[in-house]
Design a protein around this ligand. Structure first.
Ligand code: ATP
Length: 267
């Protein structure tokens, strides 16, 4: 199954500048994760342990995965993206081995960011998993995270969840996911940057970004992507007729905003 594990690994081309907003989160990741990795010797000289994880939580589509990937890209690290349900489902009955292989793959490709989505599912009761085998998977995960018997220096673990309150308290101990960061829905300034980022490589004519940001209250980053997709969809026909890609206008995008439902209202 080495190949299966390796198929999760990639070298991201995105960095922090591709993530709109989240300035304080980028700062915290820089301090907690990037600086220790780049200056391991200094940290070690002071007897400080490098590693541990950060738990990201917040509504879907607001950039947790994107941020984790950008963190890897920012330091030119490899990136492994796995969902807990994938680990549990892919090779039923060998979840512990799967977990071990994922961490071993990361250790063989340092520096490496491991991103684990839906992390609360580890502790959740599943029909196909009795309580004690669920416990075994959790324990395996925690010992991989602690780096028992192995060297985790240079391995960064970011976990994500929409429901941190379901998380087993053992995850929260020092050296594990001892920091929790709320990835909030983007505010107006962040929405403006998200529009800028996602339109930067598209044909556009003078866009009023501030106006788009105002009109997209309660939209997540994923919703904004959907808005742009809808606007492009509308432009295609016109472009086919003229034979050249017709540039997107503020009006096109405002029209598309009306057609997409914002998803973060209740957060
Ligand atoms: P889920 O909880 O559903 O996994 P998530 O929080 O991990 O959601 P992402 O998958 O990271 O959300 O975001 C969905 C898409 O929206 C991404 O592909 C990204 O392009 C875009 N996006 C979200 N937030 C931002 C942001 N702050 N800046 C730029 N793009 C963003």
């Amino acid at each position: 199954t080495d190949e299966d594990a390796l198929s999760f690994i990639e070298k991201p081309k995105v960095g922090f500048s591709d993530v709109g907003g989240m300035d304080h989160i980028k700062r915290e990741i820089d301090l907690k994760i990037i600086k220790p990795l780049l200056h391991q010797d200094i940290y070690k000289a002071y007897g400080k342990k490098i590693g541990g994880g950060i738990l990201l939580y917040g509504p879907p589509g607001c950039g947790k995965t994107h941020l984790a990937k950008a963190t890897a890209g920012q330091i030119n690290a490899d990136f492994i993206n796995v969902g807990i349900n994938e680990i549990l489902d892919m090779w039923i009955g060998s979840s512990e081995r799967n977990l071990h292989e994922i961490f071993e793959t990361a250790r063989a490709n340092k520096p490496c960011v491991i991103f684990i989505d839906e992390i609360d599912a580890l502790g959740a009761n599943r029909n196909d998993m009795n309580k004690s085998s669920g416990r075994t998977v959790i324990n395996q995960f925690l010992s991989e995270l602690d780096g028992v018997d192995s060297d985790n220096d240079g391995i960064l673990v970011l976990g994500a969840t929409n429901a941190p309150w379901h998380l087993d308290p053992a995850f929260r101990r020092p050296g594990r996911f001892d920091r929790i960061i709320f990835v909030s829905p983007p505010d107006e300034a962040a929405r403006e940057s998200i529009f800028r980022i996602h339109l930067s490589n598209k044909p556009v004519e003078r866009i009023d970004y501030a106006n788009l940001a105002k009109a997209s209250k309660d939209f997540s980053g994923a919703d904004i992507q959907a808005v742009i997709d809808v606007a492009i969809e509308e432009k295609l026909e016109q472009s086919f007729e003229s034979g050249i890609p017709s540039p997107l206008s503020t009006k096109d995008l405002l029209k598309a905003i009306k057609k997409v439902k914002p998803s973060t209202k209740e957060w």
